[in-house]
Write a protein that binds this ligand. Structure first.
Ligand code: CP
Length: 308
């Protein structure tokens, strides 16, 4: 069974093939109206279940549109509306869904739910975000970097802020795609040691630098994310804001990076908190290309999972 659960558990050659396929599929749509089907229809006759236990704009719409462009059909399910939220085991849910649909994409809280789903499903399962990782986002981000600046291998990526689930997938990608990553943020919000070790074991240089202006020196890419993620308690909001305020991505920080450095944010953003609007809307920002590339990258992931 070919699941897409995380970047660190997917073969680097497969990751590369998916990025390249995504770029080819994007190019093939260049002259098509947005709602038109792709010339190729590899998902014709396939049904995909999209399960959301957390809110989503990009993941929900991009998966739905992507499946339809490739000729498939989708059903979007809220975890709360399924028996999943009312005591049925994940294993039983996985076995039942396997009798109806061809693939499941799930966004959930605890990654144990994702893994249990994958273990008991007879169909591919895709990680649409857990509290711990967000691999589809980083596939789109690597694609976006390479579209603008060429190969990401050997580049210097700066993560500024919270060492959260998106940062975790960036660290995994550093190991798999061969780039260096500097984390700058408060020690209380460091990324998990597991992901730092994974990237280093794969030969990537991972630095932790508490001074954001020192950390930003010569960066090729500056990335940040919200200060309070979906899985963080709202009661921690003020404390997190106080800790993270020095790590805001603003013009002063971007000035330390390379002149042609790009800026990324997976969105949704809280403008003027983790990043200022002049950076988000400035010439170095590629945030809406990232959002668009969710569509193309995930279409490649779907095809890889289904072998079509
Ligand atoms: N970046 C991202 O996953 O966006 P959504 O939460 O809107 O899906």
């Amino acid at each position: 069974m070919t699941h897409f659960l995380d970047i660190h558990t997917t073969d680097p050659a497969d990751l590369r093939a998916m990025i390249d396929a995504a770029r080819r599929m994007k190019a093939a749509r260049r002259d098509l109206p947005r709602g038109a089907p792709d010339d190729e229809q590899p998902l014709a006759g396939r049904m995909v279940a999209l399960i959301f236990e957390k809110p989503s704009t990009r993941t929900r719409v991009s998966f739905d549109v992507g499946v339809r462009q490739m000729g498939g059909q989708t059903m979007v399910l809220s975890g709360a509306d399924m028996q999943l939220g009312h005591g049925e085991t994940i294993a039983d849910t996985a076995r039942v869904l396997s009798r109806y649909v061809d693939l499941v994409m799930i966004r959930t809280f605890d990654e144990a739910v994702l893994h249990e789903m994958a273990e008991h499903a007879d169909i591919p399962v895709i990680n649409g975000l857990t509290d711990r990782t967000h691999p589809c986002q980083i596939m789109a981000d690597v694609m976006t970097y390479e579209e603008h600046r060429g190969p990401i291998a050997g580049r210097k990526v700066l993560w500024s802020g919270d060492g959260n689930n998106v940062c975790a997938s960036w660290l995994q990608a550093a190991g798999q795609f061969g780039f260096d990553l500097t984390f700058t943020g408060p020690a209380q919000l460091d990324p998990e040691e597991d992901w730092i070790r994974f990237a280093r074991d794969r030969g990537a240089t991972v630095r932790i630098e508490r001074d954001p202006l020192v950390a930003a020196k010569d960066a090729d890419l500056v990335v940040t994310d919200t200060w309070v993620s979906m899985h963080d308690a709202q009661s921690a909001r003020e404390r997190r804001h106080n800790l993270l305020r020095p790590y805001q991505v603003n013009a002063r920080l971007m000035a330390e990076a390379k002149p042609d450095a790009l800026f990324m944010h997976c969105l949704p953003a809280h403008r003027e908190e983790e990043a200022t609007s002049d950076v988000m809307d400035g010439p170095q920002s590629v945030i809406f290309d990232e959002a668009e590339n969710r569509l193309h990258a995930q279409k490649a992931i779907l095809r890889w999972c289904l072998g079509v």
